[in-house]
Design a binder for this molecule. Structure first.
Ligand code: PEP
Ligand code: MN
Length: 343
């Protein structure tokens, strides 16, 4: 259910509706919009006493949310959500989902301080808004490089102080989530963990914006439901990420499903970005699919960049070099205005 407040409803009116919802043993999620506040109700197993809510001051109407994902749906929040990242510890404050498209770039994995700082400086110079880099890596093989862990987070913090770029990095379990939420500006939940419901709930309580990547074989509804897990705990700062799904195609690592972008825009208020690096797995396809991602309406892209891809400890074949990244940025700057965006 959704309580729609009148345009001029006061904060007190919103708070008293929320208290009434809590008295019913339910959870209230007040979501202010551009013109009015909506209050999502979760936790009900049966009907909600609608008349009681409708009689409260400031309430315009009480409506049924038809989608199974509630807080992530456009019905609850008709305006697009802008997720703010950074603004602390020397990092710039960056909006995701507004007029400006964001580019997150960096190595697949943090390998050494020198490697990460070299790449961070290069992507900053080319105009990236956020630095990515895994300290905790979810690898297919247990024998592959698993990431530097806490040491990797310390290197990322150094890169943030030096470049002013906010950091986005992955948490692979509830233990790493604590460290990542403490030190990073945005917490990435990877494709393999999209349906790790315990981790999603914990991310909903971690206090940092979340970058939620689509699972390897997840439907759109499953992606929304995963976002709903995070939001149901009170964290509405969620950015979705398309990173390719498994198909029979073998000319790419995954099949980048760009059609999901307009589908998300129609059904949800959450921003969505595209990761053409994991989406294709091949360096030569990263720039074309990045251009396509902006053209199709994505709120940004996430790209893996490495100055020495041949010696990279993970995902070398899909990393573009700093020069290629700078050339791509120049093209994206020309594409953005065509779709009424800035870069
Ligand atoms: C990553 O971005 O480093 C990553 C592991 O991506 P995904 O979870 O999409 O495979
Ligand atoms: Mn990678």
């Amino acid at each position: 259910m959704l309580v729609v407040m009148e345009a001029g409803a006061t904060r007190e009116a919103v708070e008293s509706v929320c208290s009434e919802i809590r008295r019913m043993g339910l959870t209230a999620h007040a979501m202010p919009g551009a013109t009015r506040t909506a209050i999502g109700i979760t936790g009900n197993t049966g009907p909600v006493p609608r008349a009681r809510l409708e009689s409260l001051p400031g309430v315009l109407e009480v409506i049924q949310v038809t989608q199974p994902w509630k807080l992530a749906s456009r019905e609850v929040h008709p305006d697009p959500t802008v997720v703010w990242v950074g603004g602390e510890r020397g990092a710039a404050r960056v909006p995701i989902g507004g007029a400006r498209v964001v580019v997150m770039a960096g190595p697949c994995a943090v390998e050494t301080a020198e490697q990460t700082l070299t790449i961070a400086r290069a992507v900053r110079e080319a105009g990236a808004a956020l630095l990515r880099g895994g300290a905790f890596k979810p690898r297919t093989s247990p024998y592959s490089f698993q990431g530097l862990g806490a040491e990797g987070l310390a290197i990322l913090s150094r890169a943030r102080s030096e470049t002013g770029l906010p950091i986005v990095t992955e948490a692979v379990d509830t233990e790493s989530l604590k460290l990542v939420a403490e030190q990073a500006d945005m917490v990435q939940l990877g494709a393999r963990n999209m349906q790790n419901f315990q981790l999603l709930r914990a991310a909903g309580r971690c206090g940092k914006p979340i970058l939620l990547k689509r699972g390897l074989a997840a439907t759109l509804e499953e992606l929304f439901m995963a976002a709903e897990y995070v939001m149901s705990e009170g964290n509405y700062q969620v950015v979705l990420c398309e990173r390719g799904v498994r198909t029979f195609a073998d000319h790419t690592r995954n099949t980048l499903d760009l059609s999901v972008v307009p589908a998300v825009k129609r059904l949800s208020h959450l921003p969505i970005i595209v990761d053409p690096s994991h989406g294709t797995g091949r360096r030569n396809k990263v720039a074309p699919l990045s251009r396509a991602a902006l053209a199709v309406g994505a709120d940004g892209i996430m790209v893996e960049v490495h100055h020495a891809p041949e010696t990279a400890l993970s995902d070398g074949p899909q990393a573009i070099v700093p020069g290629e990244f700078a050339a791509l940025m120049a093209q994206l700057r020309r594409i953005a205005p065509v779709v009424d965006r800035e870069l």
